[in-house]
Design a protein around this ligand. Sequence first.
Ligand SMILES: Cc1cc2nc3c(=O)[nH]c(=O)nc-3n(C[C@H](O)[C@H](O)[C@H](O)COP(=O)(O)OP(=O)(O)OC[C@H]3O[C@@H](n4cnc5c(N)ncnc54)[C@H](O)[C@@H]3O)c2cc1C
Length: 798
Amino acid sequence: MDLPTQARIVIVGGGIAGCSTAYHLGKLGITDVLLLEQGQLTCGTTWHAAGLVGQMRPNRSMTRMSKYGIELYSTLEAETGLATGWKQCGSVNVARTPERMQVLRKQAALARSFGVDVELISPQQAGELYPVMRTDDLQGAIWIPGDGKANPADLCMSLAKGARNRGAKLVEHVEVTGVLVEHGRVAGVRTAQGDVRCETLINCAGQWARQFGALAGVNVPLYPAEHFYIVTDRIKGVHPMLPVMRDPDGFIYYKEEVGGLLMGGFEPVAKPWRMEPIPSTFQFQLLDEDWDQFEILMQNAIHRTPCLETAPVKMLLNGPESFTPDGNFILGEAPELRGYYVCAGFNSAGIANSGGAGRLIAEWVAAGEAPGDLWEVDIRRFGPHTANRSALAERTGETLGLHYAMRWPRQELQTGRPLRTSPLYDLLAAQGAEFGSRNGWERANYFRPAGVERPAYGLGRPGWLDWMIEEQRATREAVALYDQTSFGKLLLQGRDALALLQRLCANEVDVAVGRMVYTAMLNARGGFESDLTVMRVAADRFMLVTGSAQPLRDADWISRHIGPDQHVALTDVSPMFSVLSLMGPQAQALLKRVSPDDVSPAALKFSHTAEIDLGQARVRAARMSYVGGPGYELYVPVEMTRHVALALQAAGAELGLRNAGYYALDALRIEAGRRAWGAELGPDETPFEAGMMFAVRLDKPAAFIGREALLGLQNQPLRKKLLRFVFDDPAHYAWGGEAILLDGQAVGELSSVGWSPKAGACVGLGYVRGEAALRPHTATRVAIDLWGEAVGATACDL
Ligand SMILES: Cc1cc2nc3c(=O)[nH]c(=O)nc-3n(C[C@H](O)[C@H](O)[C@H](O)COP(=O)(O)OP(=O)(O)OC[C@H]3O[C@@H](n4cnc5c(N)ncnc54)[C@H](O)[C@@H]3O)c2cc1C
């Protein structure tokens, strides 16, 4: 086929992601689509995938996506006439340990709440479903009858045919070698066969997506790992409808393949494929066998399915697959370049996820904004620091294994750390800080007493709880110092800064210089794109303080709303200022000891800021508290942070000053009913549902984005409603993500949980849906599904 000279949309890559994207654009009626593939369709990674297709995902939007994929795969053959190999054989996930069984119970409760049919079954029932498996060492299993398997190459070709039927052009043997950019937007692509002009480019280049992205300055942080499975000869008792089986404690999975078993897995320490750049000629190619690397999987498989000890192995397949720093794929419009979208980095679940991901990216392109809350996979979660190849390779060695590893609550990844550190990192480490990582920043989670070992991860009451309670006590009864340097800080300045903010912010931000305003930034549907604090530092200058994970996303949202004639400059100044928060009733007394300036409530009112002397430094003090109660946030130039911290620590000892970490902070903000973006707030939640109308001024003179939607929703029944929960029994320790049961029915899940010193038990926040969202709650009795056990709690409105 001749290469056209222009198309509205060019898709780069003819694997399952690219073909699904083309198919779904067609479904939306967008037909001027050109897909370019450097080799033949499927020749990258898709052709050699195993083909397991599961639907259980950790949250509602991702589960909706994978459920849609299964619906699509089960009907595609009828639509296109091309076989997909789809078989709804169901899947069995087994547990070897009591802890794994607890996790499976929790997942089953959640999946049911998301509308997936899941059954808890005994080892014996698992054995009946999967007769070639050994079951005497199992704790139990779950059975998901709707799961299945497909033939990846056939599925991809069927999607390609569906795309062609709807008008897309798919051209093979055309390598895209460059991206044309005009006026900060994609204008076309360069190929050896000539340029093609386009408005929109979608990078579906699989493991090449990172190096291809770099051609246009777009960061697509993924890295390939060697990934293995074996295929055996026929085995007695193995038939085409044998379920898929996963034994995560043994790191392995199984699928029937031509009467034999295909067995692969996710070894705990994986092998990055350090090939830079990956040649464009790597087509229908594999890597060398590596039985040493595969040994741990083979040993576990022989244990689980003893027939493998003697079954002839036809092949050990080793193919590269790309993994991302957090194990989720990458979707959305790149913040670096308008009109440049990415759909890549599937972490060995690209067959299962591409059906849904192709639809989501097509909708994203069509609407120009994300079709819902896709933060978990949003490309903007990865800052520029994630482009480092050495860190990516190291992290890939870790993330592959996470697929089946036991994921303990609050478990931190180990590789590529420490990277972004506060000036207090070494000081706090020496004082016992145990760090966690957020957006590359090291943050103290809690402080461990000297001479005590770091407690092991577990599912129940954590070993650090008593230490954290001491930090909470200091916050409520004396004073605690939190290093919140990882906060995102954006400086917006210029003649039109106020006008722009008034349009973006739902609260009134035309306030006196020195004031801070807590506000939502809403999308046109009235959902939270962000919640942040706006500090007016001059008539035409604002500091925006946002969550540690969000500066890139917020900067992108703001900058894409700057009008062509608006005179503003937006700069990410996150690394220039530390934030030290002094929280507690003695905070003022402590500041008095180190500063001659008056920061009493009369002189410095709540939500006001002032520059003060502190020790021999100058800092900006803001009367603010995220944890509830009295407190100050101190904005300190990075180079004076150590000086300020030492001055505070020296003067604070007598007042009971204590270091405190993010576990205490998070639990206290839950106790105080403060919502967090990414947990309680996101693009699918409105201020009505979140009980946040106090941060919205519908009557402010300036029209803001989302106002129309909110006016339309006013006095309408709520789809969901945020409630606060208090557990009955102090012995019950929860972590978030648990299903909420009302009269035995799942009505929602907990978004955040923490220990409340006031309640002497865990407290949580979470949305309830349906009828439960329509009525008031003062002390409603509910149950929380805690690792499969229904435990009592009380729910009330916020
Ligand atoms: C051993 C193994 C087992 C797996 N098992 C499963 C499984 O059971 N279930 C599951 O869901 N997933 C599985 N996967 C993962 C799955 O195969 C991938 O996630 C999926 O195939 C990725 O699809 P893709 O379209 O993103 O990438 P690819 O299939 O690699 O497609 C990208 C395409 O882009 C083309 N391209 C790149 N650069 C350019 C350029 N500059 N110009 C033109 N074309 C370009 C490439 O040639 C390639 O064809 C497995 C993977 C492996 C390795």
